[in-house]
Structures are given as structure tokens and as C-alpha cells.
Design a protein around this ligand. Structure first.
Ligand SMILES: Nc1ncnc2c1ncn2[C@@H]1O[C@H](COP(=O)(O)OP(=O)(O)O)[C@@H](O)[C@H]1O
Ligand SMILES: [Mg+2]
Length: 152
């Protein structure tokens, strides 16, 4: 299973728990800290998808994978590439951002059974530098365009 602290980025506060003993040790360590439990999606080990959304529309996406860690974060050793999203991946990412009321969002998707997309997390203040390096898309431009559009 996965234990994830409520506040953390770059995969640094996400723990893969493999034994009952490790579970109790981690829960003890995290006393006083907010955290969630998630099923570990083994079919997604070391790979995920980042989707950046602005105003309910997908503006950029990348696939991330790591050879060395169950976490695919680039800042944690993952390698990223451009991905063409399936209709199902697009729909789920948009719905996930909408579900938490995020006008700007970085949605992480995992690969379930038969590559079925699952929501990993939704970031309200998503990192935008790595996606720019990979896709050449500056999400900040899209955010500013969106804000100007709302103001006019
Ligand atoms: N439930 C899970 N099953 C499998 N892999 C996971 C799961 N949750 C997180 N991961 C992996 O760990 C990475 C970091 O987790 P995430 O929830 O995105 O936290 P962060 O906010 O630190 O990016 C994800 O990008 C994914 O590769
Ligand atoms: Mg993440």
C-alpha cells in the first residue's frame, strides 16, 4: 500500500509500505501529520502521466517513468516524454480537476488494469518547469491568457 502525507511534492512524502511492520513504523513516525492511505497500483510502478489543466481544458501532458523507483516524479529520477492522451485519460483528468474545483491543476494519472486510467493526485499549484522542458508548452502563458479572458 501507499502512505502519502497531506503536504509534499516531488514524491518526497510518498511511501511504499510492503510489510505490516513497516506500516506500523511509518504510522508511528507520522503522528501529528495528515496523511492518506492508497492502494498501491502495481501496474503503474515507476510510471504515470502528468496532465496540466487550465480552465477545464488540457493544455499539456507528459508521460513519466523511472527505472529506479516506484515514483515517476522527474525530480526523483523519472524521465519524461510527450504523450498523446486517450479520450478516457483526457476525460478523467478533466473530471478530477473539476471535482476539486481547481481552475489550474496538475493531475497525475496512474495505469490500472489493462492500462485503465486512475487518478493519483490533483495538484492545485502544479510545477510547470519540467512540462515546459519536455513539451515546449509554457503553462504560465495559458494561465495568463485564461485570467485575461475572464477579466475581459
Ligand atoms: N497509489 C499509487 N500507486 C502507485 N504509484 C503511486 C501511487 N501514488 C503515488 N504513486 C507514485 O508516486 C509518485 C508521487 O506521488 P504523488 O501522489 O503524485 O505525490 P507528489 O505530490 O509528491 O508528486 C507518483 O507520481 C506515482 O509515480
Ligand atoms: Mg505528483
Amino acid at each position: 500500500m501507499i502512505i502519502k502525507e497531506g503536504h509534499g511534492s516531488f514524491g518526497m512524502k510518498v511511501y511504499l509500505i510492503e510489510t505490516e511492520e513497516a506500516f506500523f513504523t511509518k504510522v508511528d513516525e507520522l503522528r501529528g501529520v495528515d496523511y492518506v492511505f492508497q492502494e498501491f497500483i502495481e501496474t503503474s510502478r515507476g510510471r504515470d502521466i502528468r496532465v496540466n489543466i487550465v480552465g477545464g481544458e488540457i493544455v499539456a501532458a507528459m508521460h513519466r517513468s523511472s527505472e529506479t523507483d516506484f515514483r515517476a516524479n522527474i525530480t526523483n529520477g523519472g524521465v519524461a516524454s510527450i504523450i498523446e492522451l486517450t479520450a478516457e485519460q483526457k476525460e478523467l483528468a478533466i473530471r478530477a480537476a473539476e471535482a476539486v474545483g481547481a481552475e489550474f491543476a496538475g493531475v497525475d494519472l496512474l495505469y490500472g488494469d489493462n492500462e485503465k486510467p486512475l487518478v493519483c493526485e490533483v495538484n492545485a499549484a502544479a510545477h510547470i518547469r519540467n512540462i515546459y522542458n519536455v513539451t515546449g508548452i509554457n503553462v504560465a502563458d495559458k494561465m495568463i491568457e485564461y485570467i485575461l479572458g475572464k477579466l475581459s
